[in-house]
Ligand binder design. Structure first.
Ligand SMILES: Cc1ncc(COP(=O)(O)O)c(C=O)c1O
Length: 368
């Protein structure tokens, strides 16, 4: 029997479920399903919260990354550098454009792309870098932007896991040339299904992304170029509008849970706790520890009713999908080692101190 779930969306949404049902119900009754007031208002409110000049709602984070890459002109013959330790959508979006993905190793402490290892991967085909703010911890944006300026590259921040995270004073996604959010239901800001949003530093680029996601059209039948259909629905926007005002508080609840974990697990020699760079504000989409024997640990926790997750069990270069890149074991030693040890502990807004206590005492008993 599960005593402590890994994620509990019902608990997170319970206080606002009636409001969500009312707002989405009204939007459904209006029969404005594609585009509409809720979508326009959500994009304005999201941009205000994000500290960006605008935002475009898209149908998923994956397609938001794809749209941004396409609008920056990335395509066949080009290369895009990203981390070997991420969810596959990051690299899929690159391949979808016809460009080649080039993986980079990670920082052993923060698990995000290691800026020291980027420069040696750049050549005349390189067009962009996609730093992924993994688990809710931003990548080293100053150094990445510096490299991008030196080599004339675009930076598209993958913020799927980092809504509200900050690098110095800037919110993740507002620092690069473009930033992409995912509203997959379990993300820090989740939706009633798939969804995402894109922002861009240049208003022209943002307008082109908006058009790309809506068949390249400016107005009805005024197609400036071919794009695709990857819009955020009006009903989903109504739900997201209801949830957005709660995001900062939900992030604080995640940060509080992370503190409870640290207080109880600090000093336990069998595991490594997540670290946070002083320049960054971590929003703990996931609370990921490293354990040498993580399969045994996760099985024993499960026996005791504690659910865990794996993000991600294998660095992307070792997946069958990327065999063609010929980057076998040992190509990205840090990412490969980290992936073999990571284990995500229960983390969601609303997890109680007692529950964190149970997770930690169960973990300690297992090692005792
Ligand atoms: C790091 C990362 N990038 C991109 C995505 C893609 O987002 P979506 O599921 O909305 O397509 C995800 C979500 O799983 C993710 O975790």
């Amino acid at each position: 029997m599960t005593r402590i779930p890994f994620v509990d969306l019902k608990r997170q949404y319970a206080p606002i479920m009636n409001e969500i049902l009312e707002k989405t119900g009204m939007t459904i009754s209006s029969c404005r399903f594609i585009g509409g007031e809720e979508l326009d208002a959500f994009c304005r409110e999201l941009a205000h919260w994000w500290g960006t000049s605008g935002a475009v709602g898209v149908s998923s984070g994956t397609l938001g990354l794809y749209a941004a890459l396409k609008v920056f002109g990335v395509g066949p013959g080009h290369e895009v550098i990203t981390t070997a330790h991420t969810a596959i959508p990051t690299s899929e979006a690159v391949t979808m454009t016809g460009a080649r993905v080039v993986f980079c190793d990670i920082d052993p402490e923060t698990y995000v792309i290691d800026p020291d290892k980027i420069t040696s991967l750049i050549n005349s085909r390189t067009r962009a870098i996609i730093p992924v703010h993994l688990y809710g911890h931003p990548a080293d944006m100053d150094r990445i932007m510096d490299i991008a300026r030196r080599y004339d590259l675009f930076v598209i921040e993958d913020c799927a896991q980092s809504q509200g995270a900050k690098y110095l004073d800037g919110k993740a996604g507002s620092i690069g040339h473009a930033g992409v959010l995912s509203f997959f239901p379990s993300k820090n800001l989740g939706c009633i299904g798939d969804g995402g949003a894109v922002t861009a530093a240049s208003s022209d680029i943002l307008e082109n992304i908006r058009m790309f996601c809506n068949h390249g059209r400016r107005e009805k039948y005024d197609h400036q170029f071919e794009g695709t259909n990857t819009r955020l629905d009006n009903v989903k926007a109504a739900m997201l509008r209801t949830a957005l005002p709660h995001l900062d508080r939900w992030n604080e609840m995640r940060q509080m849970a992370a503190r409870w974990y640290r207080e109880r697990l600090e000093g336990l020699s069998e595991i490594i706790l997540p670290r946070s760079d002083k320049k960054c504000t971590h929003v703990y989409h996931l609370f990921v520890i490293q354990a040498r024997d993580r399969e045994v640990l996760s099985a024993k926790l499960k026996e005791q009713g504690v659910q865990t997750g794996l993000h991600y069990p294998c660095s992307l270069n070792l997946l069958p999908a990327y065999r063609y890149l010929d980057k076998g074991p040992g190509s990205f030693p840090v990412a490969e080692k980290v992936c073999s040890r990571v284990l995500s502990l229960p983390m969601f807004p609303g997890i109680t101190e007692d529950e964190v206590d149970v997770v930690c005492s169960t973990l300690k008993k297992i090692y005792a």
